[in-house]
Write a protein that binds this ligand. Structure first.
Ligand code: NAD
Length: 513
């Protein structure tokens, strides 16, 4: 039992910089009771938030963005240190805040407006039909560590714009920048208290799933499956953005320099820790040697490190966790044992969680690096005979998040792109589909369930759809209402045949029944 003299001890999570192990900050490790209490407070504030116009909600989102930009050095400094990123890689997180908030602030009202539909069939001609979008009261948004600010920002502006309250759960590895941004919402811009941050480990995430009306999860396939099962038990909707093993197909007529630079950006940005990172490369035989040589030359010029804030002297930084480092090491060791050759990198740095950019050749689909998500700075490359072999291998995966095809021919791009089993296809670019908010972003196969973004869907997914039917004219009764009679049935059947049948004999009742 606790007394006021001895308040309950709140357990805490230490967050350390993976580049040098220094302490960056401490957050509470919230237990299920604390999560439930936060959920109740958010629910209490939500009705007033939902009652505002979308334009009024948009004003708070834009005020929030102003505050984030005004405080960017402090906030990005937290991202930089808690994830061990390079300063350059950390910048993209601010871009996500700007782009996503502006997109929903601009389009929210239009996306949430009632939709009218034309009635179908003679029985419905006297009806006005509308779809109305009513927010879930409380949405849970659970995110991973790879983009501490960018990941929650992909979904939360849409949910807030919808009129929902949001209980967010950042990763235990990188909760600091997000906790600060939520503090900004609640304490600095005068916004209604409809955004909460539940910091903690997996158990805190499970408590979030138990406390909300809808879950948006981004993270590993294993955790996503567990959350999906719990949501099925609770009969609440869930949207899952999970892992990937994205294929890059380089055809013989590819713009070579662009493909090489695209492979580097797509495979190594954020030390390869992106769900839509290039994870495996298939190059058509005629340009394979040139591609590999060019890639090795350019990879050798990259600078890796945890550069000073503001210095931009490293391209990419550390692995975020020891666990992630071990996966990368396991994939390289497995490939080498099975006959792969290491052309660059191949061994972790002595200090800090740094793994150098590593090009592997002579790889095949018996190797982990071609089958399982690596989530690290590996570029395994396979030579393929032709388009067919490239497509077959690209599709030989349990994952289907995104992909890319590199060619100068629009016809080849179309032919190959449409055969790829993935939720996104980029032609002559890498990872860029995630920034096209009018398009849906989601995984096929084990890479997910549902989509984020996709124009109106990015807001409407946080709403329940309500079918709103009203009468254009007020008759005393309807033909199908009681009482039944032979005469009414005969007339109704004749009218129905006339309107619903597709040939004249049946319409006129000339065909024997
Ligand atoms: P993870 O699945 O281990 O953790 C993600 C979040 O889930 C964390 O906040 C964690 O605390 C929480 N969690 C853990 N167990 C839980 C449970 N039982 N119930 C509720 N919440 C729980 O993922 P990670 O290691 O942090 O992130 C890496 C993974 O995320 C990779 O697989 C990557 O591909 C994926 N990812 C996918 C996308 C996408 O959009 N598809 C984007 C980024 C990352």
């Amino acid at each position: 039992m606790t007394t006021t003299e001895n308040p309950p001890e709140v357990s805490a999570l230490e967050v350390r910089n993976p580049a040098d192990h220094t302490l960056v900050g401490i957050v509470p490790d919230m237990d299920p009771d604390a999560v439930a209490a936060m959920a109740e407070r958010l629910r209490g504030a939500q009705p007033a938030w939902a009652a505002m116009t979308p334009a009024a909600r948009a004003k708070y989102l834009l005020r929030w963005l102003d505050w984030i930009v005004d405080n960017q050095d402090r906030i990005l400094g937290l991202v930089h240190r808690e994830a061990g990123k390079s300063w350059g890689d950390a910048q993209i997180e601010l871009l996500v805040c700007m782009e996503v908030i502006n997109y929903y602030a601009k389009h929210g009202e239009e996306f949430l407006a009632d939709e009218t539909r034309r009635p179908h069939g003679p029985a419905s001609l006297t009806k006005n039909l509308r779809i109305r979008y009513q927010p879930y009261q409380l949405v849970g948004i659970i995110t991973p560590w790879n983009y501490p600010l960018g990941m929650p920002m992909m979904d939360i502006p849409g949910a807030l714009m919808a009129g929902a309250a949001v209980l967010s759960k950042p990763s235990e590895e990188t909760p600091l920048a997000w906790a600060e941004v939520v503090r900004g919402w609640n304490e600095e811009i005068g916004a209604p208290p409809v955004l909460g941050c539940a910091s903690g480990r997996g158990g805190t995430g499970a408590a979030v799933v138990d406390a909300v009306d809808m879950v948006q999860f981004t993270g590993s396939t294993a955790t996503g499956r567990r959350i999906g099962m719990r949501c099925a038990e609770r009969l609440i909707p869930v949207s899952l953005e999970l892992g990937g093993k994205d294929a890059m197909i380089v055809l013989s007529d590819a713009p070579l320099q662009r493909a090489i630079r695209g492979a580097i950006w797509g495979g190594l940005f954020n030390a390869g820790q992106s769900c839509i990172a290039v994870e495996r490369i298939y190059v058509e035989a005629p340009i394979y040697d040139e591609f590999v040589t060019g890639l090795v030359d350019q990879v050798n010029t990259l600078r890796q490190g945890h550069d000073q804030q503001g210095s931009f002297t490293a391209e990419f930084g550390a692995m975020a966790t020891e666990n992630q480092m071990e996966i990368v090491e396991r994939h390289v060791a497995d490939a080498v044992t099975k006959g792969a050759r290491v052309l660059t990198g191949g061994r972790r740095a002595e200090h800090g969680l740094f793994y150098p950019p590593t090009i592997l050749v002579d790889v095949d689909h018996t190797m982990l690096c071609m089958r399982e998500e690596t989530f690290g700075p590996l570029l395994p490359i396979m030579k393929v005979r032709d388009e067919d072999e490239a497509v077959r291998l690209a599709n030989d995966s349990p994952y289907g998040l995104a992909s890319s095809v590199w060619t100068s021919s629009p016809q080849r791009a179309e032919r190959v792109g449409t055969r790829i089993e993935a939720g996104g296809v980029n032609i002559n670019n890498a990872m860029i589909n995630v920034f096209q908010f009018p398009l849906p972003m989601g995984g096929w196969k084990q890479s997910g369930l549902g989509h984020r973004f996709g124009g109106p869907n990015g807001v409407r997914k946080f709403c329940r759809q309500q079918a709103f039917v009203s009468e254009k004219v007020h008759l005393e009764t309807e033909t199908h209402w009681y009482p039944y009679s032979r005469r009414k049935a005969r007339v109704t059947a004749a009218v129905l045949r006339l309107v619903e049948m597709n040939d004249w004999r049946r319409r006129l009742g000339l065909r024997a029944r």
